[in-house]
Design a protein around this ligand. Structure first.
Ligand code: RIB
Ligand code: CA
Length: 304
């Protein structure tokens, strides 16, 4: 399986990346998008995570620094100013890619001999830009698995989940592109929270990767406790493993649209799971094997 990864690392993105880089798949490229952190920070984090994993062979690209339409407001609360909860990673020494992610990912898709699996764990701004530059590239994507949205409530507002809230216009463009994404929303990622035993298992990993992950998880646990959010949720790890191992997710076809006009419900994903088959534009995750996801992530962190 050939994988493209786009995200906004971010702690759960970083855990997803460290998991991905131990999976038996070929990672063609990783790209940073504005979201949890400004794109320059996300770009640096992607590069440094690749270096930490010993995978500086993977090209890393810098993408959109702002959403398609709305203004971007950086809030360091959830992931910290550095996006990694204070984890100090050795800086990558790989040469910096200067090509914009929207161009580079389009080039990679156009040149792929077989359709590629694409995972997006941040706002869909880069994905929308790639498809806007060349709509035919939707045909080169075997599956687009996105962490975002919700069939229930949001997490930034009662209506909107963060990745959609940052750029709802990008979500609408992707939903209308014919690519038929797999939507991994809060309704399933909230089933995958780190419990005490999971933290204990992670804290016992006495390696550079284990220590970095431990620092990130400690920060994530502290913020979740302060904000009364319950167990810290592994949102992006669920999407990543759902892309690599589709059997971990249960999905249902639906017609999904996104609110972009209302100040009150901007970013809400409206999921019609009773739409006729020919109208469906999305496969919506409705259940996940939560323990398997956590086992796979801990196993990956241990394997470095
Ligand atoms: O709402 C959760 C999503 O927003 C995750 O991708 C997290 O990393 C943040 O980007
Ligand atoms: Ca993310």
């Amino acid at each position: 399986m050939q994988i493209l990864f786009d995200g906004d690392p971010g702690i759960d993105d970083a855990l997803a990346i460290l998991t991905l880089l131990r999976e038996p798949v070929e990672v063609l490229a990783m790209s940073a998008v504005v979201g949890n952190v400004p794109v320059e920070t996300g770009f640096r984090n992607l590069r440094d995570l690749a270096a930490l994993a010993g995978r500086e062979d993977i090209p890393v690209f810098r993408g959109a620094e702002r959403p398609l339409v709305r203004d971007y407001v950086f809030d360091p609360l959830v992931h910290g100013v550095d996006g990694l909860g204070g984890a100090k990673l050795a800086p990558s020494r790989a040469p910096e890619q200067t090509e914009h992610a929207a161009v580079a990912i389009g080039r990679i898709l156009a040149g792929a001999e077989e359709p590629v699996t694409w995972v997006a764990t941040g706002p869909l701004t880069n994905v929308a830009m790639v498809l806007a530059l060349d709509p035919s590239l939707a045909g080169k994507v075997r599956r687009l698995v996105v962490m975002g949205g919700s069939t229930l409530r949001g997490n930034v507002t009662p209506a909107a989940e963060f990745n959609v809230y940052v750029d709802a216009e990008a979500w609408r463009a992707v939903l209308g592109s014919g690519i038929r994404p797999v939507m991994v929303g809060l309704n399933v990622t909230h089933m995958v929270g780190m419990r005490a035993g999971d933290f204990t298992a992670a804290e016992r990993i006495d390696t550079p990767v284990g220590r970095a992950a431990g620092t990130m998880l400690d920060y994530y646990r502290r913020v979740s406790g302060q904000e009364n959010w319950g167990d810290p949720k592994l949102h992006d790890v669920v999407a990543l493993l759902g892309a690599v191992s589709p059997e971990l997710l249960e999905t249902r076809p639906a017609f999904v649209d996104v609110e972009t006009g209302s100040p009150l419900t901007y970013g809400m994903t409206v999921v019609d799971d009773r739409a006729p088959a020919e109208r469906c534009n999305c496969d919506v995750a409705v259940d996940v094997d939560a323990e398997a996801v956590k086992r796979r992530m801990i196993g990956a962190l241990r394997s470095y």
